[in-house]
Design a protein around this ligand. Structure first.
Ligand SMILES: Cc1cc2nc3c(=O)[nH]c(=O)nc-3n(C[C@H](O)[C@H](O)[C@H](O)COP(=O)(O)OP(=O)(O)OC[C@H]3O[C@@H](n4cnc5c(N)ncnc54)[C@H](O)[C@@H]3O)c2cc1C
Length: 572
């Protein structure tokens, strides 16, 4: 007799595992259960549904050939039974049953041969008053999405507050502010957007872009209460009160691992995720799990980690489907790769940020570069800014993050590193990474090779760097920091800076620096600057050779500073 597989959860991982199993073992009996009415939808499309880019909610629920993925579709097209609006209350591993609560019915038991936990995650709730007021909600399900969209299309929202500047919070900020002109504020407890995802430097560039797009950012600030009479009217933070008709809670997600824990399955004490081996089997060989509810190995740190991403759920679902059918596919772990569109900019990263690497105990540095995506002579080009995180001593690459208006070009560079990060590449591997080249696509020495070259020079002691954020801090107190900027560009480029800050700016083009060594002050902190950091690096080498070593090289130069939002020629 064919086996009966029960799957709890029917959004991303559940349907993928079910369909793969039925393709490999068509006679398997599969029952998929979900507490929600709407199943098998692309949650990642929710921000675009709210913005109106995706006009019909059904588009998130249809196949590429326009079939609606509802209960009838799974029954007829896939041979999978679906129990929607049904909650699994308990797992009895001895009896191999689950206790289910269907709508308007008494709880009943369903037996299984194999069980899959695809229970996903839930939004983190905030322990503050007012979170249950109408108009305050998470953005997790299609129901949430439709509620927000209804409010917005009816014109009920003129001011919105988003709690959390992670990728979901920022995508929602764009959706509300760009398409609907809603006055949008984002509150984040960390001192940067996308904490843990990108470095402070890249985050600052994203923050500048959000400000340009009139999104108000309240960083290093905590929400203490949400208030209103009968509905949301204002948000109280540690620093201010903000009026709001809509509050979206996007303060991260927690794995739904309680069912597993209650059934005695092993759950990671550090992350709360269900522990699985490389075949996605839990501590009970008859129970598989994957997606947002599991902890898998972080292949950079070697520790269990949560990766609540749709891309993970889909790939893990396939592995589970194969293994349920008797195969032995594996999912070795993840390095954590993410891309996000923020208005006109793309931000992407893989592996660890510098801060995270240092917290994990790596003696790490980062190298930054800004360079054109295409050959410099090609007419269409835009800048890509990358930051590579590297372990000192070994030169092991631990992560990379970037920002650019060229979304696909940025993703291509990040993905190239993501693909090999689990093999512990070194700076030399990235420096010599073979990338397809012709001028409309990239440069002969691609920006990705270039950032590794910069890292190699920093590790070799040839390049003593300073980041945009370090420079900004020095510049703010330039007098007491005894700072001077040595502009290594041509006079034309340096002119307006010299005029604005004659006491803190000097100009010697890098080509002539040997001839003017005696003009470089020995009693000041000298920051070398050019457009991208390349010419100033050459100037640093020449000055070092002449015995002038009180210099640091501004990584990414004026190009990075400009995206960073610091323009010494315009400031008061
Ligand atoms: C707004 C938004 C944007 C996103 N954008 C991206 C993106 O750009 N890229 C990306 O990779 N990821 C993105 N994600 C994340 C992605 O959607 C999730 O990682 C993915 O949906 C996880 O799939 P899952 O099947 O593991 O769990 P979920 O999608 O969480 O589904 C779990 C299901 O299990 C059900 N369930 C739980 N417990 C029970 C129970 N006891 N009984 C019955 N049913 C139960 C739940 O009701 C739920 O329907 C986004 C998510 C959101 C919300």
């Amino acid at each position: 007799m064919s086996q009966h597989v029960v799957i709890i959860g029917a959004v991303a991982l559940g349907p993928k595992a079910a369909c793969r199993l039925k393709r490999v073992q068509p006679d398997a009996r599969v029952t998929m259960i979900d507490a929600q009415k709407i199943i098998s939808y692309g949650g990642c499309g929710i921000p675009y549904l709210v913005s109106g880019d995706v006009s019909d909610p059904k588009q998130l629920r249809t196949t590429s050939f326009h079939a609606l993925r509802d209960e009838a579709f799974f029954k007829q097209a896939k041979g999978v039974d679906v129990l929607s609006e049904t909650t699994v209350l308990k797992i009895d591993r001895k009896k191999k049953t689950v206790l289910v609560q269907e709508k308007n019915a008494e709880p009943r038991e369903i037996s299984y041969d194999k069980l899959v936990l695809a229970t996903g995650s839930r939004p983190r709730t905030l322990p503050i008053p007012g979170v249950d007021l109408p108009g305050c909600l998470p953005v997790s399900t299609m129901t949430d999405a439709m509620t927000i969209r209804d409010m917005v299309t009816k014109g009920a929202v003129s001011k919105a507050v988003i709690v959390g500047a992670g990728f979901i919070g920022l995508e929602m900020a764009e959706a509300l502010s760009d398409m609907w002109g809603i006055e949008t504020s984002v509150i984040e407890v960390a001192d940067q957007v996308l904490p843990g995802v990108v470095s402070k430097n890249i985050a600052h560039m994203a923050q500048q872009h959000l400000k340009d797009k009139e999104v108000t950012l309240c960083l290093a600030e905590m929400v203490t209460a949400i208030e209103g009479e009968g509905k949301v009217q204002r948000v109280i933070t540690t620093k201010r009160t903000i009026e709001a008709d809509l509050v979206i809670l996007a303060a991260g997600v927690l794995p739904n691992s309680e069912l597993a824990k209650d059934a005695g399955l092993t759950v990671s004490s550090s992350t709360g995720g269900i522990m699985v081996n490389k075949t996605m089997q839990t501590s009970d060989p008859n129970i598989y799990s994957g997606g947002d509810c599991v902890a898998i190995e972080n292949l950079v740190t070697g520790k269990p980690g949560l990766f609540p991403l749709g891309s993970m759920a889909n790939r893990q679902g396939r592995v589970i489907g194969t293994n349920l059918a008797g195969g032995r596919d594996t999912f070795p772990g993840a390095v954590g790769s993410l891309s996000i569109k923020i208005f006109d900019m793309g931000v992407a990263g893989t592996g660890l940020t510098l801060k995270r690497a240092q917290t994990e105990g790596f003696d790490a540095i980062s190298a930054q570069v800004i360079q054109f995506d295409h050959a410099h002579f090609y007419p269409e080009k835009t800048l890509i800014s990358l930051e590579l995180v590297v372990e000192k001593g070994t030169g092991r690459v631990l992560g990379i993050q970037g920002i650019s208006e060229n979304l696909e070009g940025l993703a291509a560079r990040i993905d190239a590193v993501a693909a090999i990060l689990k093999y512990k590449p070194t700076v030399q591997d990235i420096s010599n990474l073979e990338l397809a080249y012709s001028p409309p696509f990239s440069a002969a020495m691609d920006v990705l090779n270039a950032v590794a070259n910069v890292a190699d020079n920093i590790l070799g002691g040839r390049n003593r760097p300073i980041s945009s954020s370090e420079f900004a801090a020095l510049w703010e107190n330039r007098k007491s920091n005894n700072l001077i900027v040595l502009d290594c560009r041509d006079r034309d480029n340096a002119e307006k800076f010299l005029a604005k800050h004659p006491d803190f700016w000097m100009n010697i083009p890098s080509e002539t620096v040997q001839e003017h060594v005696d003009q470089v002050p020995k009693d000041k902190q000298v920051v070398l600057l050019c457009n991208t950091g390349g010419r100033s690096y050459e100037a640093q080498i020449k000055l070092d050779k002449a015995g002038v070593t009180n210099t640091v090289n501004l990584q990414g130069g004026w190009g990075n500073l400009r995206i960073w939002g610091l323009d010494p020629t315009t400031e008061e």
